[in-house]
Design a protein around this ligand. Structure first.
Ligand code: FES
Ligand code: FES
Length: 159
């Protein structure tokens, strides 16, 4: 079946079964390989993209469920004001280690700052808890989110 979905501001048409995960549509049919496959079970967060601004796991989102909603991926998020700030903070603080999880981390962080421009540590914990990093870059991720938000980058949680 043919589906036309909006990705990073452009309408894209693909032939796919309705239950094809959005992740494979993006990677295999649209050649947008920045969104990564980790678990395929909505457990790791590395396939995170935005659906009308909300973070979703592309590995468990069938293309038929997208409809007329807008998809934003790591390839497009830098064109948004908040996404650009987040990416700049990521680079400035050298957040990445192997990098595999980082597209998903940036997408979740950007969605957080779009809804909460000055997040608390608890807000950051809640928003980022589904994004796993095998390299354990969590401290730098937290600092980069705060830097992008214009907040002090120290951790203010109680021990
Ligand atoms: S690959 Fe989608 S959450 Fe892990
Ligand atoms: S930077 Fe390696 S998994 Fe997160």
């Amino acid at each position: 079946m043919s589906y036309t979905i909006k990705v990073n501001g452009a309408a894209r048409t693909v032939d796919a079964e309705g239950d094809t995960p959005l992740l494979w549509v993006l990677r295999d049919l649209m050649d947008l390989k920045g969104t990564k496959f980790g678990c395929g079970l909505a457990l790791c967060g590395c396939c995170t993209v935005h659906l009308d601004g909300s973070p979703i796991r592309a590995c468990v989102t069938p293309i038929a469920a997208v409809g007329s909603k807008e998809i934003t991926t790591i390839e497009g998020v830098g064109n948004t004001p908040v996404g650009k700030k987040v990416q700049e903070a990521w680079l400035a603080l050298d957040v990445m280690q192997c990098g595999y999880c980082q597209a998903g981390q940036i997408m979740s962080a950007t969605a957080l700052l779009n809804t909460k421009p000055k997040p608390t540590d608890r807000d950051i914990d809640d928003a980022m808890s589904g994004n796993i990093c095998r390299c354990a870059t969590y401290t730098r991720i937290r600092a980069a989110i705060k830097q992008a938000a214009g907040l002090p980058t120290t951790d203010t949680r109680e021990a």
